[in-house]
Design a protein around this ligand. Structure first.
Ligand code: SF4
Ligand code: SF4
Length: 270
């Protein structure tokens, strides 16, 4: 399956060993290592919807400003779903736009993929047990001198040390949507639904506008409490968006259509 959050370049050597949270790794990184910052250029660096919200807020930008200045759309190769990735600088090394003299200038809100490195993360559907399983693997790049050094730790300990679980949890459903679309193979999905996936994945302002300033609420059942939350809270909006996407893309029943009334009968938003 396609990795959801590894994703620092396709040309890297990925150890073909599936790791679990209990697997042990040796890794150490700090500003004094001779390879400091070498891993911050020429990247395929995907942003999760929560990365976008956190970095946008840290930079005090609007969502549109952040997306225009720092990102570009990208089609995930297997699922063919569009997401946003960081746009590298137009210099010889193609450095990350957030790389400064002293390292990462957005370190407290750095993307999930940066926190994972040198690990990659994927989701696997265990069909027999009908559940999703996480897996991890090591991305081994010649220049990284942090691998095989430092003290031994488990993958789970490494994830904790990078603050990964609390940033990953709010986007797990998003990762599941990507995985599900991938496992369905080349099924035809209406272009409008793909566009809506991109809006939910990248731009909470536009998604909120779509909910409150279109015929959305004439078509879908959304209770008052949820409406109140998603009006102000971007994370609640994301959670709602993922459930809605699952309904729209896969026919799941998380967000139901209202019983058809004559006034909405002809409305076909997607
Ligand atoms: S966001 Fe920060 S850690 Fe990630 S690649 Fe850019 S400079 Fe490096
Ligand atoms: S290349 Fe490896 S050890 Fe060097 S700064 Fe990057 S992650 Fe740390």
């Amino acid at each position: 399956m396609e990795p959801i959050v590894p994703l620092k370049g396709f040309d890297k050597i990925i150890q073909p060993i599936r790791l679990t949270g209990k697997s042990k790794i040796l890794f150490h990184c700090e500003p004094n290592v001779p390879c400091f910052k070498l891993c911050c250029s020429d990247l395929y660096l995907p942003l999760t919807p929560y990365d976008i919200i956190r970095i946008r807020d840290f930079l005090k930008l609007t969502t549109d400003e952040f997306l225009i200045l720092y990102t570009e759309p990208f089609l995930l190769p297997k699922s063919q779903l569009p997401i946003a990735r960081l746009k590298m600088r137009d210099d010889a090394e193609k450095t990350c736009p957030f790389l400064g003299e002293a390292g990462c200038t957005i370190y407290p809100v750095r993307p999930l993929a940066c926190r994972y490195y040198p690990l990659g993360f994927g989701l696997f559907r265990n069909r027999d047990e009908r559940r999703n399983e996480d897996f991890y693997y090591l991305v081994q790049e010649g220049f990284c001198q942090g691998l095989e050094s430092g003290k031994e730790m488990t993958v789970d300990e490494y994830r904790q040390s990078q603050g990964i679980p609390e940033l990953e949890e709010p986007v797990l459903e998003w990762a599941e949507i990507i995985m599900k679309k991938e496992s369905f193979g080349p099924i035809e999905v209406p272009e409008k639904s793909i566009e809506l996936f991109f809006i939910v994945s990248t731009n909470p302002d536009r998604f909120r506008d779509f909910i409150f300033n279109s015929k959305f609420l004439e078509i879908f059942e959304v209770d008052e409490e949820t409406l109140k939350k998603i009006k102000e809270d971007d994370l609640a909006l994301l959670q709602f968006g993922f459930k809605w996407l699952k309904s729209v893309l896969f026919g799941e029943k998380h967000v139901q259509k209202k019983k058809t009334t004559p006034s909405v009968k002809k409305v076909r938003p997607f």
